[in-house]
Design a protein around this ligand. Structure first.
Ligand SMILES: [Zn+2]
Ligand SMILES: [Zn+2]
Length: 409
């Protein structure tokens, strides 16, 4: 897959006072297939509850790739990026929960707080989202700094490295979906797809369920999944439903999460009667016939969870601290959160970051277009090939700690 985006020029570390008083570097979306690094006026406070965050790193999300390919709508002129961590550099006079110098994570799912869905707690379905989606139609975090209201900036717990904290936002998405599935200790869970979202889903569901099986068809991701999970099934070139039935016989899953965006058909064949199918990945090009009788007779619940609600984000922060905090002696070579981040690139090399994920090859050997969900699955003659899990674009130029990540200056 090639991204028709141009390289920016190499940045020189500018003096701090210049960065905050003048221009900051940012990756700006120009239109389908096109983005460039620009010098933008530095993020400034305009409201008393604003917080200016110097961005340290931002995870590359499937949505970002889709935006660049013109398959997900975004507003031209917007700075891309939304899964990010950084350090507070300025606060408005009303800000109480964070202070200058705090390590923080950005919650990019903004809401108004006063519309009907917001007032009943469903902030994920806020009616005033237009113009507030960070990295989509409001300036995002592939930049040196971002300004957001205080309630969308959370402190990163002490001991949780930035490198792991960058996964808090994807973890919030996963918690929302696992909660929507009401997973309990009696459940047998199948997760289709072992990308970052699939792996996090297996991790979270695995804390609750009796058993979790991960199904993947890409060699690289199978290998990574086997490092962390006991039950991993290779579904390359086969119907996942058949491959899993072969491994597990009559013990069909009571919950299936499809993180690929193209696995709903397989999930419906796979799920046990009375089970729940959760649709997480998305792929506009994929559709599947749905027979109502299939749902009514077999008592299957089909679940879509939307964005996460505001109350889920702090839970994701705590869970990340639990999963990615300081290691106990003898606990192996790193937490799953830490090891999910497989590649890092400075902002100037954003184009490499977008291609590092891997790409699609047609079965005739030519490179293909992106035609699958966030975590990918075979879609017709196009076969995804992955070389990475979570890729991070780093905006910060130092100083760096032992883990190679910036520490607060
Ligand atoms: Zn994302
Ligand atoms: Zn609202």
């Amino acid at each position: 897959m090639s991204y028709p985006v141009a390289f920016g020029c190499v940045s020189v570390l500018r003096p701090a006072e210049h960065r905050w008083g003048g221009l900051v570097r940012a990756l700006v979306y120009l239109g389908p297939g096109s983005a460039e690094l620009q010098d933008r006026p530095a993020a400034r406070r305009t409201h008393d509850d604003d917080v200016v965050v110097e961005i340290v790193g931002t995870g590359v999300c499937g949505t970002d790739r889709k935006i660049l390919l013109g398959r997900f709508p975004a507003r031209p002129g917007t700075v891309l990026g939304h899964e990010s961590v950084g350090v507070v550099r300025e606060t408005g006079p009303q800000v109480r929960s964070v202070a200058v110098g705090d390590r923080v994570v950005v919650n990019p799912t903004l809401y108004c707080g006063w519309c009907v869905p917001c007032r009943r707690g469903a902030t994920n379905f806020c009616r005033h989202k237009a113009g507030t989606e960070v990295g989509v139609d409001r300036d995002g975090t592939y930049a040196e700094a971002v300004t957001l209201p205080e309630r969308f900036v959370e402190r990163v717990p002490a001991g949780l490295p930035f490198r792991s904290a960058v996964l808090i936002e994807p973890l919030a998405c996963v918690l929302n979906n696992v909660e929507a599935a009401s997973v309990t200790c009696g459940d047998s869970v199948v997760v289709l797809g072992a990308g970052p979202i699939g792996m996090l889903t297996a991790l979270v569901a695995g804390r609750l369920a009796r058993r979790v099986i991960v199904a993947e068809q890409d060699g690289y991701r199978l290998e990574r999944a086997r490092e962390h999970f006991a039950h991993v099934v290779d579904v390359a070139g086969t119907d996942p439903a058949e491959a899993l039935a072969k491994s597990w016989g009559d013990d069909r899953p009571s919950v299936v999460f499809d993180t690929t965006g193209t696995g709903l058909g397989a999930a419906l064949r796979l799920i046990d009667d009375g089970g729940r199918v959760v649709v997480m990945g998305f792929d506009d090009a994929y559709s599947v016939p749905l027979h109502p009788l299939q749902l009514t007779n077999r008592g299957i619940r089909l679940i879509g969870a939307g964005d996460y609600r505001a109350d889920i984000f702090p839970v994701a922060v705590d869970l990340a601290a639990e999963l990615g905090g300081p290691r106990r002696p003898g606990s192996g070579t790193g937490t799953l959160l830490d090891r999910l981040v497989t590649h890092e690139f400075p902002l100037e090399r954003y184009s490499e970051a977008f291609t590092a994920l891997g790409g699609l090859v047609r079965s005739d050997g030519h490179s293909g277009d992106d035609a699958h969900g966030e975590d990918g699955e075979d879609s017709g003659a196009v076969v995804p090939r992955y070389d990475a899990l979570k890729v991070v674009i780093r905006s910060h130029s130092g100083p760096f700690g032992d883990d190679g990540w910036p520490v607060d200056a």
